[in-house]
Write a protein that binds this ligand. Structure first.
Ligand SMILES: Nc1ncnc2c1ncn2[C@@H]1O[C@H](COP(=O)(O)OP(=O)(O)O)[C@@H](O)[C@H]1O
Ligand SMILES: [Mg+2]
Length: 412
């Protein structure tokens, strides 16, 4: 599980010290974390930061992670909005991102500091276990003294946790890629260094950034599509391949969402083994994916992605409430909480919807993070339960009204 993210000089995030004395902004995540705030307050910049770390975990050169990467004539990685020029907060030459994970009963802290002036390269990277002191690898470990960090010719030197006795082993790798994929298990390096690097790298790689697109869900798609694509494009074959009881649960949710009664889902399969779903309405009318409404398809895509995610998965969604009728948003709130609590899937989502927040349990509402901008234009963010007036909000009979009239921005 991703426990926290600290951003410093990343896009709209500054480097001021917070009340706790840590530089930049600190976000603490729960099973379900919603990011709420006005347009341009920095919510999507947080998701961009996580996508940057995912690209780094794919071992792509950091410049390609920001710019986008092509192999042959195909783009294999889309890059980050704004590319290298707008990755750092205006005026700065580097940014840093620090995450804390709990995976396989270990607490792992990873930090990357990246310069974007000239060639995009690592300034520093470390992986710590449990406490700040116990490093697994660090380009600026105390034992390296002035020898740590970047070397001539694009390398970066790091110390690794060694077997007991003797000096820490030192390695030199490329500063153009993350060290998570470069550290080597040799010359007295403790095995837990490599296993931890692999755990964090895999966790970043497996995070799913859902971007459901109804217009891509309306076609026939080959059977055995495997996993659901991030745009939901193969929803029909994925639904067809589900166990009967999971499909029944999905039909239940859909029938609550839609105005016409939904009683089932059937499939049309062509001679070429391509599949299209048909939503069966009360009275036996069958409506193909082609004619299903945008809102229905969006919800269906999110629903399937969330319900079939394996325990431990991290699913990231942008504005899942878009296209839903206000009277149905409570369903989304219920779905998000249910999946996070019962399926042990970690969900992180941005939203503009006061209605969605109003339908959360008090616990989930407390874990929402509110976003705004300070007088210098930098993003400020705070978890609702840490606000001094959280009780006022949580106990209000009209949470929706308070939020839609700007209560949160004033409270930040
Ligand atoms: N390099 C940068 N330096 C300063 N501000 C930036 C930078 N990149 C983006 N921003 C700010 O971030 C805003 C976009 O934030 P975003 O996270 O997309 O908003 P939202 O909360 O609506 O998702 C931009 O309008 C801009 O003000
Ligand atoms: Mg946004």
């Amino acid at each position: 599980m991703l426990r926290s993210l600290r951003l410093e000089n990343w896009k709209s995030f500054g480097s001021n010290h917070s009340a706790r004395g840590v530089p930049g902004s600190m976000l603490e995540f729960s099973n379900l974390t919603l990011l709420v705030g006005p347009n341009g307050s920095g919510k999507s910049n947080v998701l961009d930061a996580l996508r940057f770390l995912q690209g780094a975990a794919f071992d792509y050169p950091l410049g390609d992670v920001l710019r986008g990467r092509w192999e042959g004539q195909r783009q294999v990685w889309p890059g980050i909005r704004g590319g290298p020029f707008e990755a750092t907060r205006a005026g700065g030459g580097s940014f840093s991102l620090r995450t804390r994970w709990t995976i396989a009963n270990r607490t792992l802290i990873h930090k990357m500091e990246v310069k974007t002036e000239g060639e995009v390269a690592l300034e520093r990277e470390f992986l710590h276990e449990d406490s700040e002191g116990d490093y697994l690898f660090d380009t600026h470990a105390p034992s390296l003294g002035a020898q740590g960090g970047r070397t001539e010719g694009g390398g970066i030197r790091l110390a690794l946790k060694g077997e007991k006795g003797g000096r820490s082993p030192v390695q030199t790798h490329s500063s153009l890629r993350s060290l998570l994929g470069q550290v080597e298990l040799k010359a007295r390096v403790q095995e837990r260094v490599k296993t931890a690097a692999d755990l964090v790298r895999l966790a970043f790689r497996e995070a799913v950034f859902l971007d459901i697109r109804p217009q891509l869900m309306r076609d026939y798609r080959p059977e055995n599509g495997g996993q659901l694509g991030v745009s939901g494009e193969n929803i029909s074959p994925v639904l067809k391949g589900l166990e009967e009881d999971v499909r029944a649960e999905i039909i239940d949710w859909l029938s609550e969402l839609c105005a016409p009664d939904v009683v089932g889902i059937e499939f049309d399969t062509t001679a070429l083994r391509e599949v299209m779903m048909m939503i069966v309405e009360g009275g036996g009318r069958r409506v193909s994916a082609r004619s299903a409404s945008d809102g229905t398809l969006r919800f269906l895509g999110e629903l399937v992605a969330l319900l079939i995610a394996p325990p431990g998965a991290l699913i990231v969604l942008e504005e899942p409430d878009v296209g839903l009728h206000p009277s149905r948003i409570r369903l989304l709130a219920e779905l998000l909480e249910r999946v996070a609590d019962d399926h042990h899937v970690q969900v992180l989502a941005t939203t503009h919807s006061p209605t969605l927040l109003a339908h959360l349990s008090k616990r989930a509402l407390g874990n929402v993070i509110a976003f705004g901008r300070d007088e210098k234009g930098a993003t400020v963010c705070q978890r609702l339960k840490d606000l001094p007036h959280f009780a006022t909000l949580a106990d209000s009979r009209n949470v929706e009204h308070l939020i839609s009239t700007g209560w949160l921005e004033r409270a930040l």
